[in-house]
Design a binder for this molecule. Structure first.
Ligand code: PEP
Length: 251
């Protein structure tokens, strides 16, 4: 059966010391506190190795926020999937709307990144989601279908290692959350799109996370929906108590 997952996306926040302190706080809070979901923290590249040391032996898993579409070589400033893997990370966020919007990442590049992540034994947390205009003009189901279909060159075995995060762009960092019903409708749609290509077993086993202004006060209602398997958490993952409050929504 698919896993429930709460994943934090720290984005471009925290210095190294602050990040280590946050990871430390979280792993202390989780000590002797069994939880009912996988918990992943996706941190800046610069923090991966130090955070790995801090969370070793805890229930926390480690992820990066991006990786290169190239394997290796003359790409100054880029960080490859194999480099990410070598830090001890198990996951990588790909296709976040901020990457699509501010860095122009397109479907082709995202497929290349996903392939490299999988080839290096990293689990992609692959983000999809419509912008406000697409929500308002009613094209949101088609838009998200297209973003998911961008991965359909993957083999069934490859696809079964993907986690999807539905993040309506109008809800990210805006304080405006999708209603639990809007999230459920889209998650069910995504699962159907996956099942059309890969069959019911793979679709049923794919974890689909919700992201967009998720916080302790709304997580329980969102996660109670049958196709919402957890959350990708931005702002609220930067405060250990808030992140814990979201994890506890699975109690
Ligand atoms: C995100 O950026 O992945 C996100 C969901 O952000 P926030 O929780 O701050 O809306």
């Amino acid at each position: 059966m698919r896993k429930n997952i709460v994943a934090g996306n720290w984005k471009m926040n925290t210095t190294l010391d602050e990040g280590v302190e946050l990871a430390n706080e979280l792993s202390t809070m989780l000590e002797n506190r069994p939880v009912n979901c996988d918990v992943i923290i996706c941190v800046p590249f610069t923090h991966l190795v130090a955070v790995r040391g801090v969370i070793a032996g805890s229930q926390l898993q480690l992820g990066a926020e991006n990786c290169s579409e190239h394997d290796k070589g003359a790409y100054t400033g880029e960080v490859s999937a194999s480099m990410v893997k070598s830090t001890g990370a198990s996951h990588v966020i790909l296709g976040h709307s901020e990457r699509r919007q501010y860095f122009g990442e397109n479907n082709e590049q995202l497929l290349a990144k996903t392939r490299l992540a999988l080839a290096n034994d990293l689990k992609p947390i692959f983000c999809v989601g419509e912008v406000l205009e697409e929500r308002e003009n009613g094209s949101y189901n088609d838009v998200v279908r297209g973003q998911v279909e961008a991965l359909f060159e993957l083999t069934p075995e490859e696809f079964s290692n993907i986690v999807i995060a539905y993040e309506p762009v109008w809800a990210i960092g805006t304080g405006k959350t999708a209603t639990a019903e809007q999230a459920q409708d889209m998650h069910a749609h995504i699962r159907k799109v996956i099942s059309e290509k890969y069959g019911n077993d793979i679709a049923d086993n794919t974890s689909i996370l919700y992201g967009g202004s998720c916080k302790p006060s709304n997580a329980r209602e969102l996660f109670a929906k049958p196709d919402v398997d957890g959350g990708l958490i931005g702002g609220a993952s930067l405060k250990a108590a808030d992140f814990m409050g979201i994890i506890e929504a699975f109690d």
